[in-house]
Structures are given as C-alpha cells and as structure tokens.
Design a binder for this molecule. Structure first.
Ligand code: MN
Length: 319
C-alpha cells in the first residue's frame, strides 16, 4: 500500500513531507506488529487505510503521518506520547494526542437530543481542526469494516456515526465522507430499507447513467459556446438522502425522480449565475427548488447555487 500512496504524497509534499510520511509508516508497521483486528487482518491495515483516506483529501504531511500513528500511543505498550514527540516532533505529537483523547469519549450510550452539544464539545476539544479530520477518517474506515463487530455494537456505532460524525463531516464541508458515513450507518440501522433502496437504485442504474451523460453533453455544448471555463460531473444521489426524502415527504421510491445531480464548477461568481441562466434556458425549473447559497451561505460557509429542472421524458434532476 505504501508504494501506491507515496507517489500521491510526493506530488503534494515534495521533500521532507514525504520522508516524514514514510518514517511514520515504518514506525506504525513495527509498533502494531503482531496485533490483529476483529476481521483477522493485521492491525496495521487500519492505520494504512486511515492515512490513505487522508492522502485522498490532499491534506498536509504531518496529518498523514499522524494518521499512521493515531492508534500507537493507545494500543502499543512501550510507545508513549514522548516517543512520538522525540521521533516526529511536536506538531505530529499534538495531532496524535488529540485523536487519542477523542478516542476515549464514547457517545454510544448518549441520547440523540444531545448530539449537537457533543459535536460542539468535539470541536472545542480539538483545538486543531486536523484532529477532527483524522478522527473522521478513522471512523470512516471503522464503518467500512463494521461487519466484524457484534450486532449490538454495530447499531450503537452506526447511531453515533449518524448523529455525531456525519454532521461534523458536513460542517467541515467534507461531503463525500459525510455521504459515505450516512450510507454505512443507514445500512446497519435499518438494513431492510437500505437493501430495498439499494436494489431499486441498482435496477435503474443504466437509465440513470444515460441521463447523466445526456445532461452533461447538452450543457457542455452551451457552456463551450459561451467560452466558460468549467468542470462538470454527475452523480447519483446517495441512498440515505433518498431514504430521508421518502420519509420526510411521505413518498414511495417511484415518486422520487430526481435521483441524479449534476455539478458544475466555474471560476467566478459571475460565471455561476451565467451557468444558472443557461440551465434555466435549456430546461424548465421546478418552482420552489432554486436556492441561492451564494448570497445566503449555509451555516458551514458553503456557497453555491442549487436548482432542480425537468429534463427529457419529464425526469427532474438537480444542478
Ligand atoms: Mn483507529
């Protein structure tokens, strides 16, 4: 795994950063030698996965190094925070210490209404926001491997993830981590509903991918004609958001049509509104669905324009 990761690390952190990450990898491999996860795999797989998730976020080298080291102080006798400080310096030591402190909190028995104050407590405890980011990567890998836990524990961890960690990811603007945490939690909290929606979404996959392709091609043509510089991608909505919509609006799966969303990234605010105009010229908008988060940003400072329009064969989609 290091062979795959290092080139990515090198790209963003040439020189010392890369050396630091390599050293942390080797240190953690040694420290966890002989330890085994509930899955039966070597424990070292876990810190490697956490560091790899962090690498994908294009975060700095000390954070990736701390990702490798995050469980060493807690789980390896002979290794103290002082060891980490001596080997890796104060910055990495502080990050590892922060994650170790968060790990000692167990929210699985708390009540849901306190979730907001618990999230605030986590943010307050982590003076350095990178600690929360490492914790989210840690939780993501633990959720991906949750099937090896006993059933009761699975549900408790899934609830904690949905109530506390997914909203934290949302607050930090880490949308793909938030979506994955939600879908994984959903799978353990309500397996029946999860598999039902997963199956229905699966049945329509080809149709949906075709829709995304058509929308992107039509819109690209217009943007190119206006010489707007953009990046565009389309994605199916994640399962938990479909489920929430069904529950929230009392609809069946077949009544939820806007299962796809297309995202356009442009260079300026002006271009955002130009693209919006082009979208509304190409397709009819659904009233009440337009949201201007540029003039009124979301609580987490998120800024963009959202609209839902009706595409071919009367299938709505979100832009
Ligand atoms: Mn861990």
């Amino acid at each position: 795994p290091l062979e795959k990761m290092l080139p990515r690390v090198q790209k963003h952190h040439p020189g010392d950063g890369c050396l630091l990450v390599k050293k942390a990898y080797e240190f953690a491999e040694n420290a966890h030698r002989g330890q085994v996860r509930k899955s039966g795999e070597p424990y070292f797989i876990h810190p490697v996965s956490v560091a790899s998730i962090l690498t994908d976020l294009m975060i700095d080298a000390p954070t990736i190094a701390a990702g490798f080291l995050h469980d060493t102080v807690e789980d390896c006798k002979d290794i103290t925070l002082d060891t980490i400080r001596t080997e890796f310096g104060e910055e990495v030591a502080q990050l590892v210490d922060g994650v170790t402190k968060l790990d000692k909190l167990d929210f699985t028995n708390r009540e849901e209404q306190k979730a907001e104050s618990l999230r605030k407590m986590i943010l307050a405890m982590s003076k350095d926001i990178r600690v929360v980011i490492i914790k989210l990567a840690d939780r993501l890998h633990n959720m991906r491997t949750l099937r090896f836990q006993p059933e009761e524990r699975q549900k408790a961890i899934a609830h904690e993830t949905l109530d506390i960690y997914a909203p934290l990811a949302h607050r930090l603007g880490m949308n793909s981590i938030k979506s994955e945490l939600e879908d994984l939690s959903f799978k353990y909290i309500d397996p029946e509903a999860f598999h039902d929606i997963a199956q229905k979404v699966g049945l329509r996959r080809t149709e949906r991918e075709e829709n995304i392709r058509m929308v992107i091609s039509e819109l690209s043509e217009k943007l190119d004609a206006q010489h707007i510089h953009y990046e565009m991608d389309g994605r199916p909505k994640h399962l938990y958001s479909i489920y929430k919509k069904m529950k929230g609006q009392g609809k069946t799966f077949d009544q939820i049509y806007d299962l796809i969303a297309v995202r356009v990234l442009v260079d300026t605010v002006q271009d955002c509104y130009t693209v919006l105009g082009i979208v509304h010229t190409l397709w009819n908008q659904i009233p009440g669905r337009f949201k201007d988060y540029i003039s009124v940003p979301k609580g987490n400072m998120y800024q963009s324009l959202h609209t839902t329009v009706i595409g071919r064969e009367a299938i709505p989609f979100e832009v």
